[in-house]
Design a binder for this molecule. Structure first.
Ligand SMILES: C[S@@+](CC[C@H](N)C(=O)[O-])C[C@H]1O[C@@H](n2cnc3c(N)ncnc32)[C@H](O)[C@@H]1O
Ligand SMILES: [Zn+2]
Length: 311
């Protein structure tokens, strides 16, 4: 098996946040290369760890990396949006802790042929789950100009969204846009010269937007936050590491709605809206990477860890 390099982000902070009990039940919704899972599994005696990833390659790799803990680990190929259902189907009882380390892994980014990178030429793909039907090719060659504009604007916060969407539609009328570099050329052609001089690669925002759409990334986080915390036991911990503001906003507002979602008028003597608190936030402000971690791994720069406890 090819060896892959991935430095787990906020590793110590998230493991501490989980407050692992050696006999507990844990879920890692984003196995990846298994860095976090390895630390969790190595702290268990009679406990159990459920590892989910929607990328079949990640599961293969993770299985080998965690081989020494095999009796205590269950691997599931699924979307973490179904984490609560996965636990229910395994009949393992409520979880003591769950971790979600969002986004893509280094092998996903670095394997040119998976089409995530605007730095390497490859067929347009960007699927984390290679068995999923929707790829970047579909989106770029078949979505309407309006949908492309909306995606680039909302998921990429790209201010030239409309111009880029128009250029995509115009180009594909002549021939399909098949590769990452072909798409980069179209994006460049739609941007003013001033934008091309910015430090950030001109295709960065668009690629982020398309990746989010291909993988349904924001919907997955929303659905996970709506359901997974209910599969925690009282006192159980939820740790979520996000890498951009769109994800972090969902995590933050979902926690605060579960913490204080009462909609009664302020002067009401008792709550009558039916709100039941299910989470307590442990991190008022998200935890970010230390200077030491940043110098070893610049990718940790945008990482934010939020921790909440089931009440
Ligand atoms: C940043 S990596 C995780 C790295 C891991 N914590 C480690 O230390 O090696 C994110 C992983 O989550 C997976 N992933 C992302 N979104 C997912 C989803 N909605 N459902 C399941 N897996 C997902 C990706 O395939 C990727 O392998
Ligand atoms: Zn109320």
């Amino acid at each position: 098996m090819e060896t892959a390099q991935h430095i787990s982000v906020l590793l110590q902070e998230s493991i501490e946040g989980l407050q692992i009990r050696p006999t507990g039940l844990y879920l890692d919704g984003t196995l990846g290369l298994g860095g976090h899972s390895f630390e969790i599994a190595s702290r268990l005696t009679t406990g159990h760890l459920v590892c989910i990833d929607k990328d079949p390659f990640a599961l293969e790799y993770g299985k080998q990396r965690l081989e020494q803990f095999a009796p205590h680990v269950t691997f599931v190929h699924d979307d973490f949006r179904h984490a609560a259902r996965v636990l229910a189907e395994l009949h393992l009882g409520p979880a003591d802790g769950m971790l979600f380390d969002l986004g893509v892994s280094s092998p996903q980014l670095d394997n040119a042929e998976r089409g995530f990178s605007y730095m390497q030429d490859a067929p347009l793909d960007m699927r984390m789950d290679s068995t999923a039907p929707l790829s970047a090719y579909e989106i770029i060659n078949h979505y309407s100009k309006e949908d492309l504009t909306r995606i680039l604007f909302e998921y990429g916060e790209e201010k030239y969204a409309r111009r880029i969407a128009s250029a995509i539609v115009e180009t594909r009328q002549a021939h399909p846009i098949e590769t990452t570099f072909a798409l980069v050329d179209v994006i460049r052609s739609a941007m003013p010269a001033s934008a091309l001089r910015e430090k950030q690669h001109p295709a960065k925002r668009s690629f982020q937007a398309i990746r989010i759409e291909v993988n349904g990334e924001l919907d997955a986080v929303r659905e996970m936050m709506a359901t997974a915390p209910d599969a925690l036991r009282k006192g159980g911990r939820l740790c979520v590491i996000s890498f951009h503001s769109l994800e972090d906003r969902i995590v933050k507002t979902s926690i605060s709605r579960r913490e204080n979602g009462c909609t009664c008028p302020r002067e009401a003597p008792v709550c009558t809206c039916g709100f039941v608190q299910t989470l307590r936030s442990i991190t008022r402000k998200p935890i970010t990477a230390s200077e030491a971690e940043l110098s070893a791994n610049p990718r940790a720069r945008s990482a934010k860890l939020r921790i909440a406890e089931r009440v």
